[in-house]
Ligand binder design. Structure first.
Ligand code: DX5
Ligand code: ZN
Length: 227
């Protein structure tokens, strides 16, 4: 069974001391940091943007992969700012972009990895049209804007259909695509999500919480994947 990349979402970390939380994740062996960028317009919450990301990159060095989940309305005009701030990968919401195909190629041409994000109600067909143009598809299993929400189980069909389409594309020699899921992922459901075909799982409150350290929470998740 393929391994699953665990991508810590820092949204539920201590935002007053983000670098320390990110160091805690990297020290626990997590290298793919999921940065939840929210503009208070596309989603009702407002988090951080390029200035904070630039400081995080300076604090963490070149090691970790910065995966920016752009929950913003103006990705078409400002994506370069996130790349300049140190992001390796940008994921954009199909619901927030007018000329998606053009934006995906512009991000790739600027040297970053590129992904598309589907909200829970967005049909999988939106991703199938651009599957050859992306490195990752992110299926939201909560409505975007907040950490600590409950997993929406009826995304299962969408994930399984996507996994099949990605496998078919890769078998035909097409681009390899990560299938990422985001929202409500915990140690009790991550093995099931892997069986659906998920290869990259964003975990926020399942890693950053008052109950235990990131390392202890990660050990629980890893044990669930090895059971
Ligand atoms: C929600 C964000 C998610 C969220 C995940 O809009 O995109 O990345 O922070 O947090 P949990 O794992 O707590 O649902
Ligand atoms: Zn996210």
């Amino acid at each position: 069974m393929a391994d699953v990349v665990i991508a810590p979402s820092v949204l539920t970390a201590d935002l007053a001391d983000l670098a320390t939380s990110c160091h805690e994740a990297v020290d626990a062996g997590l290298e793919w940091l999921h940065l939840d960028v929210m503009d208070g317009n596309f989603v009702p919450n407002l988090t951080f943007g390029p200035p904070v990301i630039r400081s995080l990159r300076a604090a963490l060095g070149d090691g970790p992969t910065f995966d920016a989940h752009l929950m913003i309305s103006n990705a078409e005009t400002c994506f370069q700012d996130y790349i300049d701030a140190g992001c390796d990968h940008l994921s954009v919401h199909v619901e927030a972009v007018t000329h998606l195909h053009r934006l995906l190629h512009a991000i790739r041409d600027a040297g970053a990895g590129v992904g598309i994000v589907l909200n829970p109600a967005t049909p999988v067909e939106a991703a199938l049209e651009v599957l050859e143009d992306v490195d990752l598809v992110l299926v939201m299993s909560v409505n975007p804007g907040f950490g600590g929400q409950s997993f929406i189980p009826n995304v299962e069909g969408k994930v399984r259909r996507l996994a099949k389409a990605i496998a078919k594309q890769e078998a035909a020699g097409g681009r390899a695509v990560q299938l990422q899921i985001d929202g409500g992922v915990k140690s009790h459901n991550i093995a099931k999500l892997r069986s659906w075909g998920v290869t990259n799982a964003v975990v926020g409150s399942g890693l950053f919480n008052k109950r235990a350290s990131v390392a202890e929470n990660l050990a629980e998740i890893t044990a669930a994947l090895q059971a």
